[in-house]
Design a protein around this ligand. Structure first.
Ligand code: AHR
Length: 308
C-alpha cells in the first residue's frame, strides 16, 4: 500500500504497485546494457511494475513508447532521450495527461522545463574537462604540436555535445594541441573500429592522441590501431569515458591511458525518485551522479569490482 500526504496536505493513496513506463534509448554500449539492467533490477527490488521499451536509437520510437505509456495510464514516465532536441510537443502531451516525467541520463532541450520533474544523470561537461585536464598533465613535458583525434558518440546527444565542449574548452588554453579529426561513431564498438580505421589510413602516425567519447568506441579503435601496426597506449595515447570492466582490463594491459567514469547504475536512484513523486515530495530539478576517474594505477585495484 503506497499512501502518504503531500507537503500541501493532499493525501495520495495507491492500493496497488506503482506503474513506471521507461523509454530506454537503445542498447549501443556496455554502459547502456548495464543501465537497462540496473533499472530492471531496481524496479523489481522496489516492487514497482516496469513497462520497459527499447527505442533502438530512434526518437520516433521513443515517442511511440511514451504514447503507449499514456494509453496504459502509467503513474510515472521516465525517459532516457537519444538526442536533446525535439521533445517539446511530446512532453506537452504527457503533461496534459497529468503524468509526471523523469529525465534520465541525457538532457532534453525544451522551452518549458516544468514539463519534467527532475533530471538524474552525469555532468558530461565535467567529464570532458577531466579528460582534457589529464591530457594537459600527460603532455606537460612537450612543447611540440600534438595531433589528436576525437571519436564522438551520437550526433545531437548530450554526452557527445558536452564531452566535446568540456574537453575542447580545457585544452584550448594550450595551442600545441591540434585537432586532426573529430568524427561521430555512434558510441558503438563497430563504428569506433571502422571510423578509426579510415582516419588512420588518412593520417597514420601523425595521430598522437585519441579521445573517445566512450569505452566501446575506444575498444573498437584499439583494434584498428593494432591492425595498422601502431601500439595503443604508447604510440597513441588513449583517453576514454565510462569505466567498463573491458576498458579497465585494457588499461591494465597498457592500451588505454585514462578513463573518466560515467556511472550507469541509476536504477536505485530512479526508483527512489519515483516513490518520492508518488508521495508528493518536492525534488531538486537536477540530481547529479557522483563519479571519479581511472588511471593505469587505479584500474588494477578496481577491475574486479566492476559490475559492467
Ligand atoms: O549517455 C551515456 C552514454 O551513452 C555512455 O557514455 C555511452 O557509453 C552510452 O552509449
Amino acid at each position: 500500500d503506497n499512501s502518504s500526504t503531500t507537503p500541501l496536505g493532499e493525501s495520495i493513496t495507491l492500493s496497488r504497485p506503482i506503474v513506471l513506463g521507461f523509454s530506454q534509448l537503445g542498447s549501443e554500449s556496455d554502459w547502456r546494457n548495464a543501465n537497462s539492467l540496473s533499472i530492471k533490477e531496481a524496479a523489481k527490488e522496489a516492487g514497482i511494475d516496469l513497462l520497459f521499451e527499447n527505442a533502438e536509437q530512434s526518437q520516433k520510437k521513443q515517442f511511440e513508447a511514451i504514447r503507449y505509456f499514456i494509453e496504459q495510464k502509467v503513474d510515472v514516465i521516465a525517459i532516457a532521450p537519444v538526442i536533446q532536441s525535439g521533445w517539446d510537443s511530446i512532453l506537452n502531451e504527457v503533461q496534459e495527461a497529468g503524468i509526471p516525467v523523469i529525465i534520465v541520463d541525457r538532457v532534453v532541450d525544451i522551452e518549458d522545463i516544468s514539463r519534467y520533474v527532475t533530471f538524474i544523470g552525469s555532468d558530461f561537461y565535467e567529464e570532458g574537462r577531466k579528460a582534457g585536464k589529464y591530457l594537459i598533465d600527460k603532455m606537460a613535458g612537450t612543447s611540440d604540436p600534438i595531433g589528436f583525434v576525437e571519436l564522438k558518440g551520437t550526433a545531437g546527444s548530450t554526452p557527445s555535445i558536452e564531452r566535446g565542449n568540456g574537453f575542447q574548452d580545457t585544452i584550448k588554453q594550450q595551442d600545441k594541441f591540434v585537432m586532426l579529426k573529430s568524427q561521430y561513431a555512434d558510441f558503438t564498438h563497430e563504428q569506433g573500429r571502422d571510423v578509426m580505421r579510415s582516419i588512420l589510413q588518412e593520417m597514420g602516425s601523425e595521430i598522437k592522441v585519441l579521445y573517445a567519447h566512450n569505452d566501446d568506441m575506444a575498444l573498437g579503435a584499439i583494434e584498428a590501431i593494432e591492425e595498422y601496426g601502431l601500439e595503443p597506449g604508447k604510440d597513441i595515447i588513449i583517453i576514454s569515458v565510462d569505466g567498463t570492466r573491458k576498458a579497465l582490463e585494457k588499461m591494465i594491459e597498457g592500451k588505454i591511458n585514462f578513463v573518466v567514469e560515467c556511472n550507469p547504475l541509476l536504477g536505485p536512484n530512479l526508483m527512489q525518485v519515483v516513490n518520492e513523486i508518488i508521495e508528493g515530495r518536492t525534488l531538486p530539478k537536477r540530481i547529479v551522479t557522483a563519479e571519479s576517474v581511472f588511471t593505469e594505477v587505479t584500474a588494477e585495484r578496481e577491475v574486479n569490482n566492476r559490475k559492467y
